[in-house]
Structures are given as C-alpha cells and as structure tokens.
Design a protein around this ligand. Structure first.
Ligand code: C5P
Length: 223
C-alpha cells in the first residue's frame, strides 16, 4: 500500500497538451497524451492529497478516482485554471505540454486555400505558466516542472535541465529523456529529478506511476 503522507495536503497537477486555435476547425497542438500527469494526480490522491487536475487535451483517459478534474483547452485557459487552483495549495506540478506560441488572432471563418503561396502564420508568445506560478508562489508551496530533453545523462539532457531549473525558478524539475521513441505516447518514462538545492537523482526506467511516486517522495520531503 502507498503511504498516506499527503493527507491534509492540497495539490494541483496539469496534464496533457494545449491547443491554440487558428480558425474554427484548426489548431496548433502537440502529441502529449496526458498519461504522466494523470498518473501524478492519481498517485497523489492515493497518498491522501486533495487533488485538482487541470487537463488539457489528452488521449482518451479515464478521470482518476477521487480527483477534481478541470478542463483547459488553450495555454491561456490553463494559466487561469492553474493560477486559481494554486491559491492555498501545498504543491503545484506543471506536467502539461504548453504550446510556446499561439496564432496572433483567431480567424472567425475557415481559412481558405487561396490560389498562390500560403500566407505566413503570424504567432505570438504564450505566457510561461510555470514561471508565473513560481512568481506567485505562496510561503512553503512547492512548485515542480518538467523538461523533455533529447540527449543522455552524460550529455545535453542534464545540462539543459539544470539550466532550465534555474531559469524557471522552480523547486523541482523532472528531466525526461525524449527521442528514440522515449516518453511521448508510451507507457514508461525515465529521467532525472533535479532539486533547486542542487540534488540530482537518476530515476531509471519505470512506469509513469513509479515516476509519479518518486516525484511525490521529493515533494513530501520538502513540505
Ligand atoms: O521551456 P519548456 O517548455 O521546456 O519548459 C517545460 C516546463 O515549463 C514544463 O513544466 C511545462 O509545463 C512548463 N511550461 C509552462 N508554460 C509554457 C511552457 C512551458 O508552464 N508556456
């Protein structure tokens, strides 16, 4: 059985990918399935936490038991949902794959092919939700993020992860190795858990539930 070490705690987890509308039928999106974030939410509930899961677009996943699920389609919707849910919570985990950019304007009709070359797609930068959550962090609140990096432990992945942890200002960063069929749309995950305190733990390869357990161990140790 899992420890009930998160009972009495409120936690918020984001999962899945955002979609940024271009016109009524098209969007910019990504291939996040949401499985890792759902596992993080499920394990937190099993360990006794009151959990809000802010879910973007995901594969066809069942809502985890005893978890409050809030839907967020776009990055800006997710930002609003996360900011609201983070208030008064003990830990916030940004696992969602947020689109870095969105179309400048939502066109109100289906964009036509036209006859010549396509118009360039004008994009603007989305808010960095993780950075905003760090800026709004309440005393004692733990904020965790994810980084999908190509490369291996001895090479770029850890190096980039360490730099990202510092840049984002979060307490914990899970670095997932991606590429070669790793992490996206598959059952298993592997990577490293980096702490703002300089700690560095290799997580090895295991189920997304196992990775979720490692994350909650690290959060519980800091609460
Ligand atoms: O900068 P990068 O996208 O690699 O950072 C990944 C981390 O930042 C993830 O935790 C992701 O959920 C979060 N993120 C965010 N808002 C964005 C982009 C990424 O919260 N606009």
């Amino acid at each position: 059985a899992l420890p009930r070490d998160l009972s009495g705690r409120r936690v918020v987890v984001s999962a899945g990918g955002t979609r940024e509308a271009l016109d009524p039928v098209r969007y910019l999106g990504n291939r996040s399935s949401g499985r890792q974030g759902y596992a993080i939410a499920r394990v937190a509930a099993q360990r006794g936490a009151a959990v809000t899961l802010v879910a973007g677009h995901t594969a066809d996943l069942a809502d985890p038991a005893a978890v409050d699920v809030v839907r967020a389609g776009s990055a800006r919707e997710m930002r609003d949902a996360m900011r609201a849910a983070a208030k008064g919570s003990d830990a916030v985990v940004m696992n969602a794959a947020v689109a870095d950019f969105r179309p400048v304007a939502l066109v109100d009709h289906k964009i036509k092919k036209g006859s010549g070359d396509p118009e360039p797609l004008a994009l603007t930068v989305n808010p960095d939700i993780l950075v905003e959550l760090v800026q709004a962090r309440e005393p004692g609140q733990i904020v965790a993020g994810f980084a999908a990096e190509t490369g291996d432990a001895t090479g770029d992945a850890l190096h980039h992860g360490r730099a990202k942890l510092a840049r984002k200002g979060c307490d914990l960063l899970i670095v997932n190795a991606v590429g070669d069929g790793k992490a996206f749309e598959v059952a298993d995950n592997s990577g490293w858990l980096l702490g703002a305190d300089g700690s560095e733990t290799e997580l090895g390869s295991g189920s997304k539930a196992l990775l979720a357990s490692y994350l909650w161990d690290a959060v519980a140790a800091r609460l």
